[in-house]
Design a protein around this ligand. Sequence first.
Ligand code: MG
Length: 239
Amino acid sequence: MAQLRLICFDFDGTLAYMHPTHWATYAEAARDAGIELSEAALASPGVDRAWDPWLTPQGVAHPDASTSAAAFREVRVAIAMQRMRDAGAQVDDATLRAAAERAATLEADASRFRLFDDARPALARIAAAGTRALIISNHLWELPEIVDALDLGSMFAGVVTSARAGYRKPHPEIYRDALREAGVEAHEALMVGDSITADVYGAQDAGLHAVFLDRDHRTDLPEGVRTIHSLLEVPLTWP
Ligand SMILES: [Mg+2]
């Protein structure tokens, strides 16, 4: 058994969650601009093709959109407009843009994020073992500030967010970026997350070990995926 040098965590659904939900936040932003959209319509599977323009065979790559906070916010606004249109918004562009701007502001509000109960004790356990922790997340430009607002900043050696990296998991480049930042080899690192595609397969493609966080005790897991049910079960060694 070799001691792992770095434990990497996904953020949403793994360490923290949005409250109200992301789609409820979108509905609220639309309502603020005078558009009635239901959370269900926004959450419908057809709506989320937001990143399709940046999709490559390895995953979403948007380095051109990650040159500055302002450039990335413009992408978030465009995505929010597309999502609201796909959810049935039939309004003029100026009204839709106002709603999308509001959504981009609300979704970056740190007070809308809550930590799962096991996050803080799990991070304390990892720190006590002398192992470093890092966040690798498909997230906003403001994720480092959100992590600080949750009083978690000191627990992590770094926060790698796709907004700044220019690549979204499962693209291997965001994992390579994180390993470079931490100065750790892929085989010395473990990824923990609640998405099999983004967190488990993506990390494995980049050479990291990975465990799937299955908080809901799913019964439809593919074979060969190592699973934990709580962050307190994160392995600190790997066979
Ligand atoms: Mg997640």
